[in-house]
Ligand binder design. Structure first.
Ligand code: FES
Length: 180
């Protein structure tokens, strides 16, 4: 999610007592990650990754905790986290649907697949359903051009998709079939 503007003036920060940078995550970073860097600030990307891995996304409070941990300002942490697409600064649905939009999938009508997802979920690309079950995104080539169009449901790749096929997959995921 690059280039989201930060509503600094009006932003309400949700806070909780339990840290996102838990003692376990801290200890793991101090043991395995920080020693690899000359300065601890250098460990920002793996630290963001570790916290996101635990919680699925990076709330603002987590960015503040990471900033304090690494001796950076929260703004520096935000700048970095918002620059890279792999970091989530908003909650992500339990099933992330990532439709490929690169050239081979484009030639095989990936837009119809995306449209079917939007219609079935009632959301736009980039959004999450209100029940927190699905987030829909489009991504670049997933390395399966010969079976285009394709989409990931979390870590499961679905090939030769049709609008009907992807709607059925969504129904299956909504009914609790797991996609890891
Ligand atoms: S273009 Fe879609 S998988 Fe390569």
């Amino acid at each position: 999610m690059p280039w989201i503007t930060k509503p600094s003036g009006t932003m309400k920060v949700a806070r909780r007592n339990e840290p996102y940078l838990t003692p376990e995550i801290r200890a793991g970073l101090e043991r395995d990650i920080l020693p690899r860097y000359e300065k601890k600030q250098g460990a920002l990307l793996p630290t963001l990754h570790a916290v996101q891995h635990r919680w699925g996304w990076l709330p603002w409070q987590a960015l503040e905790e990471i900033a304090a941990f690494l001796g950076l300002s929260p703004a520096e942490v935000w700048d970095t986290a918002s620059f890279y697409e792999e970091y989530w600064l908003q909650p992500k649905g339990s099933t992330l649907i990532a439709v490929c939009r690169s050239i081979a999938c484009e030639c095989r009508d990936h837009t119809k697949v995306t449209e079917a997802c939007k219609a079935r979920l009632g959301i736009d690309v980039g959004d999450t359903t209100d029940d927190g079950k699905f987030t829909l995104v489009e991504v670049e080539c997933l390395g399966s051009c010969d079976t285009a169009p394709v989409a990931l449901f979390n870590h499961t790749l679905h090939e030769n998709l049709t609008p009907e096929g992807v709607s059925k997959l969504i129904d299956g995921a909504a009914a609790g079939e797991h996609h890891h």
